[in-house]
Design a protein around this ligand. Sequence first.
Ligand SMILES: [Fe+2]
Length: 334
Amino acid sequence: MAPPAPRGPLSAALLRLLMRRRLATLDHVDAAATGLLARTADALTDADLQLSLFLLYELHYGGIEEVPDSWEWEPKLLAARQSLERAFELALRNAVPHSEPDHDVPSALADLIARAEPPRLGAFIEHDATVDQVREVLACRSISALHEADAHSWTIPRLHGAAKSALVEIQSERYGGGQPGRMHATTFARCLRGAGLDDRYGAYADHVPTAVYTSANVMSLFGLQRRLRGASVGHLAAYESTWSLPVGACANGMRRLGLGDDVIAYFDEHARADAGLEHLATHDLAGALAEEEPDLAADILFGAAACLFIDGRLWSGVLSRFRAGDPALLQPLD
Ligand SMILES: [Fe+2]
């Protein structure tokens, strides 16, 4: 991706370091990270922390223009990432309820999802949203949807047996089942173009609210650490419940607004695929993992609760802005 604009002293120092390719300036990043961690009131909403963490994670995905590929495993950058991750994970564990399931994990996941208050953005898109508001939602979604499935793929080699097999089956569907044109990231890119938006990764990096980065970072935090494999599985189970942004309602909204076939098709195809994926993720994946590794049951529920909380906050925040007559994005779309 192209380097975005910084959102505070830490991301500014980090971007300067990455662009100049001089690790000697890492001291500035360390100092900025220490300063930020000392003063931040909420690691989940801190724009500077979340963007910095996102940039460090991006080195493990497609990378950032002009940053050498070898810096993916630069120890000093990994150390900076770890400091931010500690604060992030602690804030997450404090923010969401977590407990041992008192019955089987698939039922506990269903209860967790049913008890959570869903954001009403799907209904708003279905009945009330304008074309401009839909385009803003698509721009917000672009950060994670153009990388769809990648973060949860880190978890594959950390699983065994039935759980691993189920995760591969889920990811295969999300990656198009051998047909590149059916990859969810590809159909989302078509959806963006159909809505007159830019489908390059990170095109709206400077537009989206910080909650978009928090949502993406949760997946990378869980995916990139073996000890958090249970949370990654739980996150995927909640993510595939389509709880936060019901795709069927969104498809109806796109039709109401007369948006093109490529826009509607993305949501229609998800509505078809997601019902099967939800069952697979909840039962065949999360249920199997809890049976194989009972000690991970609490973390499976933690990951699901984190997804519901963070994505719920993202889309509720977008809806609140729309209801107040405000844009969801920090700057207007072209
Ligand atoms: Fe998908």
